[in-house]
Design a protein. Structure first.
Length: 265
């Protein structure tokens, strides 16, 4: 993991070299449409309030959970206690990124969504509430955290989320066997080179030209930058969008030669 100063330096470089977040100078119709209708959509959608109110409650919740630490990889390194408040503060994606995921689901209407890394269920709640007809399958290794996410989804009355408890390594292949195709995936856990490459390769088996893969924290560490670079260059990938905290991978045929966009967000 990079130090804070290094990330700030990288962010400053990104900010000043990225294309305008208003779409100026972007010639690809798909990317221009993404920027104007998804990235810049400032509307307040009605599910936002309930999810953020739940997040507020979680941030105050001192309940301790025994959790297996999956952070550094697939092997459980240790079990420790963490409060729900601390998990909500450190693991859940912030409002801005969650709302972007919401808008992507709202705009592109993916039917089958797979998330790697449920945590307390905030980002999955955003995606599920953006399209009640979508099926959101989300995987979490820490069983007590997965149980808390299930409760949170019940509070929000979301019936289109399938929470799967187990390691990504064990559960992802089984899930992919069961789905016909994958419309959207959000990879938000185990940010290391080899696992990220493996998840990508597995997700590819069910990707279609319309699929969208979203990777979290692509500039978090040398390993993640390497993983992002390898994924961007994969033969089947036709375009990528670097939003600094998230990276988006596309397979759409309209990008005749591979294109890499860096857009301010
Ligand atoms: C950053 S959090 C996910 C946050 C969530 N997407 C949100 O924004 O609300 C990542 C989660 O992935 C889980 N995780 C990490 N590596 C894993 C693995 N190999 N298998 C299963 N779960 C894993 C961790 O336990 C953690 O809860």
């Amino acid at each position: 993991m990079y130090g804070r100063l290094q990330v700030v330096k990288k962010y400053v470089h990104y900010y000043f070299t990225a294309a305008s977040g208003k779409g100026h100078g972007i010639h690809s119709p798909f990317i221009y449409d993404f920027v104007t209708n998804v990235l810049c959509d400032r509307r307040q959608f009605y599910p936002y309030e309930a999810i953020e109110s739940l997040r507020e409650d979680l941030l105050k919740d001192k309940t301790l959970l025994d959790i297996e630490d999956f952070g550094a990889g697939s092997a459980i390194r240790s079990t420790k206690q963490r409060s729900i408040a601390s998990i909500a503060r450190n693991a859940a994606k912030n409002k801005k990124l969650c709302r972007l995921l919401f808008r992507m689901v709202h705009y592109y209407q993916p039917q089958t969504i797979v998330e790697l890394g449920t945590s307390l269920g905030i980002s999955s709640a955003y995606m599920a509430s953006a399209n009640q007809a979508a099926n959101v399958i989300t995987i979490e290794g820490a069983s007590s955290v997965a149980a808390a996410a299930k409760r949170n989804h019940e509070i929000l009355q979301l019936n289109n989320i399938q929470g799967i408890t187990g390691k990504f390594e064990d559960k992802l292949p089984l899930i992919l066997q069961q789905v016909e195709k994958l419309d959207l995936a959000f990879v938000d856990g185990n940010h290391r080179l080899q696992p990220t490459k493996n998840y990508f390769e597995q997700l590819l088996t069910k990707a279609t030209p319309q699929s969208i893969l979203v990777f979290d924290d692509i500039h978090w560490s040398k390993e993640m930058e390497e993983a992002w670079r390898i994924i961007q260059q994969h033969d089947r990938v036709t375009a990528s969008i670097d939003l600094f905290f998230l990276g988006i991978i596309l397979f759409r045929p309209e990008f005749r030669s591979k294109q890499q966009f860096t857009i301010r967000f």
